[in-house]
Design a protein around this ligand. Structure first.
Ligand SMILES: Nc1ncnc2c1ncn2[C@@H]1O[C@H](COP(=O)(O)OP(=O)(O)OP(=O)(O)O)[C@@H](O)[C@H]1O
Length: 647
C-alpha cells in the first residue's frame, strides 16, 4: 500500500477547552465595532469541553445549531477567530502548535476549495509533489492512484473541479477530492467541518463510511463535525461528543449513548434515532431550558477530574516538505497551467488589451501627423511611433488602462484566496515562493501587451516593456491605488497642490514614473522632429519675441510646443510636473521596481497572516513525535492555546 500507516499511533486530546468572545453589554455581537469603543462583557461560546481521538478513530462532534461545533473545530485546528481560546490541546502529550499542525495535521473545510481548472488527478499530483518530494515519479503516480482509489475518484480523475461558472465534479466528488487532498500529505490528524453537508442520506452515509475506512487504512485520527446523522451513520461513529450551548452533554462511544440516556432518565423512544433524540433534548431553542441544563449537569457530574498523561513522543520520521527550488518549480508549472486554462487570468486580459488598443488607435488616428503642432498634445494620449497598420495606444491611456487590467487577476486571486489559505495552512509551500512564481508568470503579459503596442522591434522597446511589466505587476498587488494614481500622477493635479501626508501618494505611486519614463523614451529618444515651428530671429540688440527659441506661425502660443522631443517635453513640463526633458528613465524604472517589490512583500506577508502561522517550513526536529518540546509544560493546566494567537 502506498499510503502507509505511520509506525506509531497518535492521540489528540483537548481538555477544558473554552472560547471567549466580547459582546456588547446588552448581549448583541460587536460586529465591526472595536471592543474599546463600546461597553462589553464576556461571552463563552465553549466551556470546559474535553475529548480525545486516537489513530484509526473518528470523533464526531454533534449538537444542535449554534451549539459551538464549528467554534470548537476551528479552535482546535488553530484557526484565527474573533475571540480567545483557552484550554489544553495536545498531540501525544505535547502542545499542539502551528508547527505541529503544519507537520502532522490537515483540514477539510465546509466549503470545498479546489482549483476550478485543474482535474482531480492534477490537483492530487501537485499536492503529492509538494508534500512528499522524496517520491520518485512512479511512486508519486502510485500514491495518486492509491488516493484516487481510496476515495472512489478513479472514474472522474480527468474531470476538472469546476466552480459556479464552469461545470466540473459533482458535489460529492468535490467533497471526496477535498478529503483526498488533505490526505495527500499523510497527516496523522484530520479536521473536517461538516463533511456531509449538502449530501443526501445515502451520500452522507457513504462519506462517513469512507471516513471510517480511511481513518483505519491510513491510521489517521479524524475529528469532524456533523449536523444530523442518520441512525446508520451515527452507529458507525467510534466516538461522539455532543455539545449543547457550548458545553458537553455527552462524550463517548456512540454505541453507549442509548444506555447512558436511559441511565439519566431520558430513554430513547422506540424506533427513534438516538442521535435525533439526544439533539432534540439538548436543544435549548426548542426544549425546556431547565431540562437542557439538567442533562448537561448530569454529564458534567459523571466526569472524573482531568488527569495529566505522560508525554508519548515516539520516533516517527518528520515528513520532509519540498525545498524552495522544488516548490518554485511545481508552483510555476501549476499556475502556468492555470493561467492558460483560466480565461480570467490571461486570455481575457489579452483580448481586452487588444480591443482597447484598437479602439484608442482609431480614435487618435489623426495624431500620426507630424507636421502640425496642434496634434502634439493629443499625441501624448496616443503615441504611434511605428505608423503601422495597428498604431497602438500611447503613454497616457496605456498607463492608466493597463493597471486597471491588473484588477482582473487580482479578482481571480481573491476568489482563489480560500484555496491558497488551505494550501498554505497545510504548509506545502512558502507564501514568498508562491508570490515569486506568480510574479514570474505575470511578466509575459506585460511583454505581450507591449508587443501589441510596438509592432516593429527596436532597441527602445525594451525599457518601456520593463517599465510596463513592472507597473502591471505593481498594480496587480495594489489595485485600490489605481484611482489614486490616476489622480495624483502629476497630470491632473500638481503634487505641490496636494496636502501632506496625502502628497506622498503623488511620489510613491508608480503611474507618475511610468508616464515620465515612457514619454521620455517615446519623445526624446531618437531623432524625430515635428513641424509647424520656426526658429526665432533676434534683432541686433538681442531682444527676441520668443523666449523658448522657436515660435509657431500657424498656431496660437498655447499650442506651440517645439520642434524636437526635448523642446516639446520642456513645454509640457511647464504645465505638468510629471514630464521632464531630462533622461530619468533608469530612475523611473528603479522607483517602479521598488514599488513592485514592496507590494509583493506586503502580499507575501498578507498571505502569511492569512495562513495564520509564521513560516511554511516543515521543522527538521518536530516538537512532538520526534523530540520533546521544551516549551511544553510538564503539568499542562489550563492555558491559552498559543497558536491561535500569532506564533
Ligand atoms: N463573534 C461572535 N460573537 C458572538 N457570538 C458568536 C460569534 N461567533 C459565533 N457566535 C455564536 O456562537 C455560537 C456557536 O456558533 P457555531 O458556529 O460554532 O455553532 P454551530 O454548532 O457550528 O452551528 P451550526 O450547526 O448552525 O453551524 C452561535 O450561537 C453563534 O451565534
Amino acid at each position: 500500500m502506498v499510503v502507509d500507516a505511520p509506525a506509531k499511533p497518535v492521540r489528540f486530546e483537548f481538555k477544558n477547552c473554552s472560547y471567549r468572545v466580547k459582546v456588547r453589554s446588552d448581549g448583541r455581537g460587536l460586529g465591526n465595532t472595536p471592543a474599546c469603543c463600546v461597553k462589553t462583557k464576556d461571552r463563552y461560546l465553549l466551556r470546559n469541553v474535553s475529548a480525545s481521538v486516537s489513530s484509526g478513530e473518528v470523533l464526531a462532534v454533534m449538537g444542535p445549531s449554534g451549539a459551538g461545533k464549528t467554534t470548537l473545530l476551528r479552535m482546535l485546528a488553530l484557526e484565527k477567530g474573533p475571540g480567545t481560546p483557552y484550554g489544553n490541546v495536545t498531540l501525544n502529550g505535547h502542545a499542539f502548535t502551528r508547527t505541529v499542525y503544519t507537520a502532522h495535521a490537515a483540514s477539510v473545510e465546509q466549503e470545498d476549495s479546489l482549483w476550478a481548472f485543474l482535474t482531480a488527478r492534477e490537483q492530487l499530483e501537485y499536492a503529492v509533489r509538494l508534500s512528499r518530494p522524496a517520491l520518485r515519479s512512479a511512486e508519486r503516480a502510485a500514491a495518486v492512484d492509491e488516493l484516487l482509489g481510496a476515495l472512489g475518484l478513479e472514474s472522474c480523475q480527468h474531470t476538472r473541479a469546476g466552480n459556479a461558472l464552469v461545470r466540473g465534479l459533482s458535489g460529492g466528488q468535490r467533497r471526496r477530492l477535498s478529503l483526498a487532498l488533505a490526505l495527500a500529505k499523510e497527516p496523522l490528524l484530520v479536521f473536517l467541518d461538516e463533511p456531509t453537508s449538502g449530501l443526501d442520506a445515502a451520500g452522507a452515509a457513504a462519506v462517513m463510511a469512507l471516513l471510517k475506512s480511511v481513518a483505519r487504512r491510513v491510521n489517521a485520527a479524524i475529528l469532524c463535525t456533523i449536523h444530523q446523522p442518520s441512525s446508520a451513520v451515527f452507529a458507525g461513529f467510534d466516538k461522539t461528543l455532543i455539545l449543547s450551548g457550548g458545553r458537553a452533554a455527552y462524550c463517548g462511544p456512540a454505541s453507549e449513548l442509548v444506555g447512558y440516556l436511559a441511565s439519566i432518565g431520558q430513554p430513547v423512544p422506540a424506533n427513534t434515532n438516538p442521535a435525533d433524540h439526544m439533539l432534540s433534548i439538548a436543544n435549548a431553542d426548542f426544549t425546556d431550558a431547565s431540562l437542557v441544563e439538567e442533562i448537561i449537569a448530569q454529564w458534567s457530574s459523571k466526569q472524573p477530574p482531568p488527569q495529566t498523561e505522560e508525554a508519548d513522543c515516539g520516533s516517527e520520521q518528520q515528513p520532509a516538505g519540498a525545498g524552495v527550488a522544488t516548490q518554485f518549480g511545481v508552483l510555476l508549472h501549476k499556475h502556468g497551467r492555470l493561467l492558460l486554462r483560466d480565461p480570467i487570468m490571461y486570455s481575457a486580459r489579452c483580448v481586452i488589451f487588444v480591443v482597447i488598443s484598437l479602439f484608442l488607435s482609431i480614435i487618435y488616428i489623426d495624431t500620426r501627423r507630424r507636421d502640425s503642432q496642434e496634434q502634439l498634445f493629443p499625441r501624448l494620449f496616443l503615441e504611434a511611433p511605428t505608423m503601422g497598420a495597428l498604431p497602438a495606444a500611447g503613454a497616457w491611456w496605456i498607463s492608466n488602462i493597463a493597471p486597471a487590467l491588473g484588477l482582473l487577476p487580482l479578482l481571480a486571486q481573491f476568489l482563489d484566496l480560500q484555496i491558497l489559505r488551505r494550501e498554505l495552512r497545510d504548509g506545502i509551500y512558502h507564501p514568498a515562493v508562491y508570490v515569486a512564481a506568480q510574479t514570474l508568470l505575470q511578466a509575459p503579459i506585460g511583454g505581450r501587451a507591449l508587443h501589441t503596442r510596438r509592432r516593429a522591434a527596436s532597441l527602445h522597446a525594451l525599457p518601456p516593456c520593463v517599465i510596463f511589466a513592472f507597473t502591471l505587476a505593481a498594480f496587480d498587488c495594489l489595485a485600490q491605488a489605481w484611482f489614486l494614481g490616476l489622480l495624483m500622477n502629476g497630470f491632473m493635479m500638481p503634487p505641490e497642490d496636494i496636502i501632506w501626508p496625502i502628497r506622498i501618494f503623488a511620489y510613491a505611486l508608480p503611474l507618475r514614473w511610468q508616464i515620465q519614463g515612457s514619454t521620455y523614451i517615446l519623445w526624446a529618444m531618437g531623432d524625430h522632429t515635428y513641424g509647424g515651428t520656426e526658429r526665432c530671429v533676434f534683432n541686433a540688440t538681442g531682444e527676441g519675441e520668443c523666449s523658448q527659441g522657436f515660435f509657431c506661425p500657424d498656431a496660437p502660443p498655447t499650442s506651440c510646443y517645439g520642434e524636437t522631443g526635448e523642446e516639446i517635453l520642456d513645454s509640457f513640463a511647464a504645465n505638468y510636473s510629471c514630464f521632464t526633458s531630462e533622461n530619468t528613465v533608469a530612475l523611473c524604472m528603479l522607483y517602479i521596481l521598488l514599488f513592485a517589490l514592496v507590494c509583493k512583500l506586503v502580499y507575501a506577508l498578507a498571505l502569511s497572516a492569512v495562513r495564520g502561522g509564521k513560516m511554511v517550513k516543515p521543522p527538521t526536529t518536530p516538537p512532538c513525535l520526534g523530540s520533546a518540546d521544551p516549551s511544553s509544560p510538564a503539568h499542562p493546566g489550563p492555558r491559552r492555546v498559543q497558536p491561535f494567537a500569532t506564533r
